[in-house]
Design a binder for this molecule. Structure first.
Ligand SMILES: [Zn+2]
Length: 412
């Protein structure tokens, strides 16, 4: 199997999951290895909200994913470049990723932020926008024109612009610029969109090739193609095969992202279709999922890494994870509870602080509450995925999955 290449990037597959498509492995990057499966912490604006990068490293997160759209608008990718790249800018020594900006450009553009939660049973409509929202993004064959969500300024992203922005930001793993559709788009539009995303993928490879040569003083950046195709099996498989075979003057994708609108119930199935068509010796990243049951479904079906904003997002709203599910620290049950968020948790917060103290911080709207709850939730998620990796290695993934999810969702 292929391991680390001269570029400093590579993937070494490890143990295969019996009776599934999942596996363990190691992604090699110029800023260190990522043991997979791995949860990638979300640091959209070059910060995992409310916590220091040192705390993120201490809780065991292996890599951070930032967002090209947000950093392009603020502070500007040239500032991140001048700082020496994303890792240097935010004082994060480990591997970094950026997503292409396509998701934010288009999802903010139509006013939907939570595409994963959308309902496919709704109307099929290619011009749908969220109620009460102005359409801020327009897609054409060459790229997307959009209004900044910060100040309304007009901007344009093309595959070439996205590649330049992501090279300037300098993450170890970057993603091809793709068109995001919603589950409400018609089948005909999804087909058209997958074909356009494939053409954009070719343009991304060409631009990436040029930028890699132009910027040879910088560490190698791996480019992942993004598989779209919504809920359609034939489209997903065709898109995955097409990207796997795509070769532009000898340059190919280093790995793959699985993106776009996914219904929760079909998440595992869709990841599986893509994984079937993608080469075993390249890593696969599932873009943006939400809850622990999704992690198991994604990993069982062949996702090596995934990013998930929920652990930190819900923490800022005083919700914390435990083996018995998620609960909110603001309820009266925590007011006089002088034990940790979760008995047995090895996180910094649980080692030093009580639920009663956190309850007080959230009640008093003190910022430290968000910091301490985020540390716990991120650690919980990292540890869960570490446990999943160990379970695959030890041949007891299904037992672990049943036991964990049975307990986590028992109160539903
Ligand atoms: Zn904890």
């Amino acid at each position: 199997m292929t391991g680390q290449e001269a570029s400093g990037f590579g993937f070494t597959p490890g143990v295969e999951l019996r009776g599934g498509r999942g596996r363990t492995g190691a992604i090699h990057t110029p800023h260190g290895d990522i043991a997979t499966p791995a949860f990638i912490a979300v640091g959209t604006k070059a910060t995992v909200k409310a916590v220091t990068p040192e705390a993120v490293a201490d809780l065991g997160a292996q890599a951070v994913l930032a967002n090209a759209y947000h950093l392009y608008l603020q502070p500007g990718s040239e500032i991140v470049d001048a700082a020496g790249g994303l890792g240097a800018f935010m004082n994060w020594a480990g591997p970094t990723l950026t997503d292409s900006g396509g998701f934010q450009v288009m999802s903010l553009g139509v006013g939907f932020k939570k595409v994963l939660a959308m309902d496919a049973a709704g109307v099929a409509d290619d011009d749908v926008i969220a109620e009460g929202k102005e359409r801020l993004a327009h897609v054409d064959e060459d790229g997307v024109t959009f209004k900044s969500h910060l100040n309304g300024d007009l901007h344009r992203f093309t595959p070439e612009v996205s590649m330049r922005v992501q090279h300037e930001i300098g993450a170890d793993i970057i993603f091809a610029f793709d068109e995001l559709t919603t589950l409400r788009n018609t089948r005909a539009y999804q087909e058209e969109s997958v074909a356009r995303t494939h053409r954009w993928a070719g343009r991304c490879l060409a631009a990436h090739d040029e930028l890699t040569r132009e910027r040879s003083h910088r560490p190698y950046q791996a480019l992942f193609g993004v598989v779209q195709g919504a809920q359609y099996e034939d489209l997903r498989r065709r898109a995955a095969r097409g990207l796997a075979e795509l070769d532009v003057s000898g340059r190919r994708f280093d790995g793959f992202g699985i993106g776009g609108a996914l219904e929760k119930e079909k998440l595992g199935t869709i990841v599986g279709w893509c994984a079937d068509e993608l080469p075993v010796d390249k890593p696969r990243h599932l873009l943006g999922i939400s809850e622990p049951d999704d992690f198991f479904a994604a990993i069982a079906n062949g996702a090596d890494t995934f990013d998930c904003v929920n652990p930190s997002r819900v923490a800022r709203n005083s919700a914390v994870y435990g083996a018995d599910g998620r609960y909110n620290l603001l309820t009266a049950a925590s007011r006089r509870h002088f034990g940790p968020i979760e008995d047995g948790c090895d996180c910094y917060t649980c080692a030093h602080y009580t639920r009663a103290y956190l309850h007080h911080l959230f009640k008093a709207k003190e910022m430290l509450g968000a910091t301490l709850a985020t540390i716990h939730n991120e650690r919980f998620t990292v540890r869960l995925v570490d446990d999943i990796r160990a379970a695959i290695e030890q041949g007891r993934f299904e037992e672990f999955r049943a036991a964990f999810l049975g307990r986590f969702y028992a109160r539903r």
